[in-house]
Write a new protein. Structure first.
Lengths: 332, 269
């Protein structure tokens, strides 16, 4: 695979949304008819970046940062106000249909499978929509069914499948036409821990084995931790970080949040290295600085001192990492 | 070749939604059909009374049986598409339409394929339910069986024309934001000058003339009349005019859609 080939290239991209502001009350309503007021929201502000073939890029930021807007411009759904976009050598706004054969999309909130019909019907439909040669399609489908282990339930109505099974089928559906680039918008939103883990493994697999370039958006640090090579952090429409995940972690992610539930009453923990967020008789949630205290030491201590019922380690929320990035920039 | 291929695409979309409609078959049967059965029953009672009071065999060329079977066909066509105009309007307002832009199909045609899949199903269902009520009140229609395929073609085109007109008004949501008012007006036009409630002959001459010129009558009046008074020349005439209206309005709809799709804006996180 040619790692150097650039498949996505965007330059000075801008997008502003205009929304009507309505004033309360009858007077406000009338005023609105004759003199509508608009509020301009700058969703994407002068962003530029390139993506190479086979890369797995995580696009992260808080809600409303401009992630989905960028993704929608990349996939030809939205038109930018200014700037240039090239995806697979095509202009997504001028040739969205041509591009559609080369890209696959999964929008977490918008399933593409037919809810009341078995997945196989949706697969067949997509084979027609994408003008696939039926022989090739059968082969491809067989391969994907095997790779994603969905053979058992492709003949059951989607509504009877579990969320995890459904997502597997969504992935197969989005890959059926052999896309070169996959856009995933919040693919793990609203899922429990186990399904999330499953989906992350799937994404990794698609990127590794199918050689598909993957761009995904998320506001869940866990997603990025387990899959991304490269992370682009966006906030208020501007890119604040674009580098490898390892660097992000080394430089900015210094905290972990540990939550523990015990059978015994929790004793006071005598160290200044932790910051307690919440404590009750039988549960505690606190933050540790991993630069000063290793997770290993903390967990060892906790398990030795307590009868642990449940314990979890969480990443700090994305907002805190962005804050940290800003703080660093100010210092520099 | 490429036209054939793209036709097979839309055929497949229609097929899958036809299949999907079976999931709701009981909902449709109980809810919608009960309502339509009631309408047909009421109308048949009204016509029975009118014919009895006037002590005539025909009114404006229609016998009692013709009148009732006329409404059966007109109802089945007009109600088959449901509120597709409002659906399109809402998809534009919410920005959901954008999700169709990066698929290798045209939204207006895609929605047509989806709608016609369910629409044909609804048409058949309504025809059967309404037909049973009509049979119980005025007996079987006096028609020759060989006309059925010809009438079906006209009904199919009528449903298509209805969809295309509704798609145009639905797309207006891009400028006016609320299409339920438009839908209400549109529906009343089809009910009256379209001839869904009564044949146009019942109206004053000037109104009937206007109705005959407008495209709405090719959705309800002409197909329903063809069923009860079949005539081959009449069939050809309806067919040609229906196709002409379809070409005209489809071009308008596709043109508006092409304009809109460049300006779609949706909010994203």
């Amino acid at each position: 695979m040619n790692k150097e080939k650039i498949v996505i290239s965007i330059n000075d991209l801008n997008k502003t949304f205009k929304t009507k502001v309505s004033e309360p009350g009858l007077r406000g309503g009338l005023k609105n008819i004759f003199n509508p007021k608009y509020k301009l929201i700058k969703a994407v502000n002068n962003i530029s970046f390139d993506v190479r073939e086979g890369e797995l890029v995580s696009f992260i930021g808080p809600n409303g940062a401009g992630k989905s807007t960028t993704l929608k411009m990349l996939s030809g759904i939205l038109h930018p106000d200014s700037g240039t976009i090239k995806v697979n050598n095509l202009n997504p706004q001028k040739e969205p249909q041509k591009l559609s054969y080369k890209i696959g999309t999964i929008f977490g909130q918008k399933p593409q499978l037919w809810f009341h019909l078995p997945p196989i019907d949706s697969f067949n439909l997509f084979s027609k929509i994408y003008d696939l040669d039926q022989k090739e399609f059968k082969k491809r489908l067989e391969y994907l069914i095997d790779r994603f282990e969905i053979g058992e339930y492709i003949n059951q109505p989607v509504r009877k499948l579990s969320l995890g099974q459904r997502m597997r089928c969504e992935f197969v559906l989005s890959l059926i036409h052999n896309p070169k680039i996959l856009f995933l918008d919040e693919p793990t939103i609203g899922m429990d821990i186990i399904v999330k883990k499953n989906i992350r493994e799937l994404i990794k697999k698609i990127n590794d084995e199918e050689k598909v370039t993957v761009i995904l958006t998320s506001h869940d640090m866990g997603d990025i931790e387990s899959i991304a090579d490269r992370v682009i952090v966006i906030n208020h429409g501007t890119i604040v970080y674009d580098d490898s995940f390892d660097n992000l972690k080394k430089n900015y992610v210094k905290k972990k949040i540990i939550k523990m539930v015990t059978e015994n009453e929790i004793k006071k923990i005598n160290t200044k290295e932790i910051k307690i967020i919440e404590k009750t008789k039988y549960s505690i949630e606190f933050e540790i600085n991993t630069k000063k205290l290793s997770i290993h030491t903390v967990i060892d201590y906790l398990v030795k001192e307590n009868k642990v019922k449940d314990i979890s380690i969480k990443e700090p929320p994305i907002e805190e990492i962005i804050e940290e990035i800003y703080r660093r920039e100010e210092i520099q | 070749m490429s036209i054939l291929k793209s036709l097979s695409k839309y055929k497949e979309i229609a097929k899958i939604n036809f299949k999907n409609s079976f999931v709701y078959i009981w909902d449709s049967l109980i809810g919608k059909s009960a309502f339509i059965a009631l309408i047909i029953f009421i109308f048949s009672q009204i016509w029975i009374t009118i014919f009895a009071l006037k002590a005539v065999n025909t009114i404006e060329g229609f016998t009692l049986s013709m009148m009732v079977w006329y409404i059966v066909i007109a109802e089945a066509i007009v109600t088959s598409l449901g509120r597709i105009m409002i659906t399109i309007g809402e998809e534009i307002k919410s920005g959901e339409i954008a999700n169709y832009l990066n698929k290798p199909y045209n939204y207006v045609l895609y929605k047509y394929a989806l709608t016609i899949g369910r629409g044909l199903f609804a048409f058949l269902l309504t025809f059967i339910v309404a037909g049973i009520v009509a049979y119980l009140t005025v007996g079987l229609p006096v028609i020759k069986l060989y006309i059925i395929p010809f009438v079906l073609v006209i009904c199919f085109l009528a449903i298509t024309l209805n969809y295309i007109l509704m798609s145009i008004f639905g797309l207006f949501a891009f400028w006016i934001e609320e299409t339920s008012g438009l839908y209400f007006i549109y529906q009343k036009f089809v009910f009256t000058v379209g001839g869904m409630l009564v044949p146009l002959e019942i109206f004053p001459l000037w109104l009937a003339k206007i109705g005959l010129i407008l495209p709405f009558s090719y959705i309800a009046y002409h197909p329903a009349k063809l069923f009860v008074m079949f005539d081959f020349i009449y069939f050809i005439k309806i067919l040609v005019i229906q196709l002409a209206w379809i070409v005209v309005f489809l071009s308008i709809s596709l043109f508006i859609y092409a304009k809109i799709s460049k300006k779609v804006s949706i909010n994203g996180g």
